[in-house]
Write a protein that binds this ligand. Structure first.
Ligand code: TNX
Length: 538
């Protein structure tokens, strides 16, 4: 009896102890967290003890050292043993290739993962367990405690993406690097770069110099919203493009942070900038101007052999720069009038037994997807590309809603969910629009992103695994600089990171907000221009 009483007392106090600890402000929330007692303190005796000779693991550790050494001033490095070690090892007992185990005790820290990616993610978690001022680039005098904890973690989905539209506005490479840095902090693993559109072509293709001299530049940009009357223009030329060298460096920069870049080349629509340089690729018309307005244009590529030769050459260059598996080939918003008027298209449809223009578009996109597949890669396209039948093995990016993704998964195609009602970070995030900078007209508050579930209820258990994950899209018609990119993307990207990383049954918006409050202190130190509405500010 006495023992039982003692046991209850002990349990009670240890429970109190755990409850008294401040909650950990990890975003995205790890799959499993077990709190311990006490904490580990980073000191000058702390050393990383590597139990593997993997260069990629070493690189993941280097990142951590580059984070902690400037702010702690401790000059932590590597050693074969230490009194306060951070032991890092690879072990296949961690079953998920992106998973990890992180154990922190007062005496040591241990990181185990199956791959260097898992090690990198463990360090991102460790980073978030440290006080926000760890992000400072100058020495801060204080103690650096990490609460004792055991974390067993792995992502819910293999595709965790953010898109950045660099066509509507051109951004310096440094801005993309910063976008990548923030993605890495939240364990995103795909950056989709929207490289071409009506308003600009942003990738250097040496064989087609007019893409650089003509397609990369527009005369001016419309002022105000697309629906405003009359339309006004700023009179300022805008443009630019990324050289192949810059893009290759960016690919490496992202890869070092375990992020793969998915390049997008739009076709057969959203090609006005391309046609301004090479009008012969249209079915008719000889004079096009790089668009100055936003919106949907009727200019399309003509599905002639010359067009396919051109596109294959472009795609060869693209695949040469971007080594990742996925190549995005666009396919959204293609009003078909130009094809309907074209004798060539009418004949092509008859020759190929195609009844509708949607079938013609799918025929076009399937041919390109097959070309990409023949080069050992896989095409991704917006959901319009399945409207006209079988699209082969292409991955469908479901943006108009979830229906495209549901239809694709039912056919066995892989799907990335990015429905505009939940995943469009170019929409307003605050109901009082007139208090906000101009944005795309939709409204997606933080809570809406958080409550999204990428797996539609309509799918059965066989179809569910077709959902590879989800992506947040940042279209930049109304976003012209880095500060505004951050304002629109954060903290909504934090919510999305949790949607795609954390176990669905553990989601709680209130608890997320509490963690975000702490997390936002890190943003302050990093000078991230995040929107404060959900935290009670602006
Ligand atoms: C639709 S999403 C588009 C983009 C626009 C966006 C604005 C998609 C595949 N197409 O061209 O930028 O809406 O929210």
């Amino acid at each position: 009896m006495r023992y039982i009483f003692l046991l209850i007392i002990t349990l009670y106090f240890s429970l109190l102890g755990v409850m008294a600890q401040p909650s950990l402000s990890l975003i995205p929330l790890p799959a499993e967290i077990k709190r311990g007692t006490g904490s580990f303190t980073l000191k000058s005796d702390t050393k990383i003890v590597l139990k593997t000779d993997s260069a990629a693991v070493k690189k993941a550790c280097d990142f951590f050292l580059e984070l902690v050494n400037p702010s702690t001033g401790l000059n932590i490095g590597y050693a074969s043993s230490s009194t306060l070690p951070i032991v890092v090892e690879l072990d296949s007992k961690i079953s998920h290739p992106e998973g990890y185990q992180l154990k922190v005790t007062p005496k040591d820290i241990s990181i185990i993962a199956q791959t260097p990616t898992g090690v990198f993610y463990a360090f991102q978690t460790l980073r978030q367990l440290l006080p926000p001022v760890i992000e400072s680039r100058t020495v801060v005098n204080r103690t650096w405690q990490i609460p004792a904890v055991e974390i067993n973690d792995a992502p819910r989905f293999p595709y965790r993406g953010l898109m950045l539209d660099v066509a509507r506005h051109f951004f310096p490479v440094g801005t993309i690097r910063r976008y990548i840095d923030l993605m890495a902090l939240h364990k995103f693993n795909y950056l989709h770069l929207h490289l071409t559109d009506d308003q600009g072509w942003r990738i250097e293709i040496p064989g087609y110099p007019k893409l650089q001299s003509i397609s990369a530049w527009r005369k001016e940009t419309m002022i105000g919203h697309l629906n405003d009357e009359p339309r006004l223009y700023d009179g300022i030329p805008h443009g630019g493009y990324y050289t192949q060298t810059e893009l290759k460096e960016l690919v490496q920069y992202a890869a070092d942070r375990h992020i793969t870049i998915v390049p997008e080349i739009e076709m057969p629509g959203h090609v006005t900038a391309l046609l301004a340089a090479y009008p012969e690729l249209a079915c008719s018309g000889s004079s096009f101007e790089v668009a100055r307005d936003w919106g949907i244009f009727s200019n399309l590529l003509c599905p002639r052999e010359d067009t396919f030769i051109f596109l294959e050459r472009i795609l060869n260059e693209v695949m040469n720069i971007f080594p990742g598996k996925y190549i995005h080939i666009g396919g959204d918003e293609c009003p078909k009038e130009q094809w309907q008027k074209s004798e060539f298209c009418k004949n092509l449809k008859i020759q190929n037994g195609l009844q509708t223009d949607e079938q013609l578009q799918t025929w076009f996109m399937r041919r390109i997807a097959q070309y990409i597949q023949s080069r050992g890669r896989q095409a991704i396209g917006w959901d319009e590309i399945i409207e006209g039948g079988d699209i082969g093995d292409a991955v469908i990016m479901s943006w108009r809603g979830e229906d495209g993704g549901i239809a694709a998964a039912r056919k066995g195609n892989k799907v990335i969910m990015t429905p505009h009602r939940y995943c469009y970070f170019d929409y307003y995030q605050w109901r009082n629009r007139n208090e906000e900078p101009l944005a795309q007209i939709g409204y997606i508050p933080l809570s809406m992103v958080y409550m999204y579930d990428p797996v539609p209820k309509e799918l059965n258990d066989d179809q569910k695994p077709c959902i590879l994950g989800a992506q947040g899209n940042l279209w930049t018609e109304y976003i012209a600089d880095e500060r505004q990119i951050e304002y629109m993307a954060y903290p909504r990207a934090c919510a999305l990171s949790e949607v795609i990383w954390s176990p669905a049954q553990q989601k709680s918006y209130n608890q997320f907000l509490n963690r975000l409050r702490e997390h936002s202190k890190r943003f302050e130190v990093l000078n991230v221009n995040f929107a404060r509405h959900a935290l009670g500010g602006r």
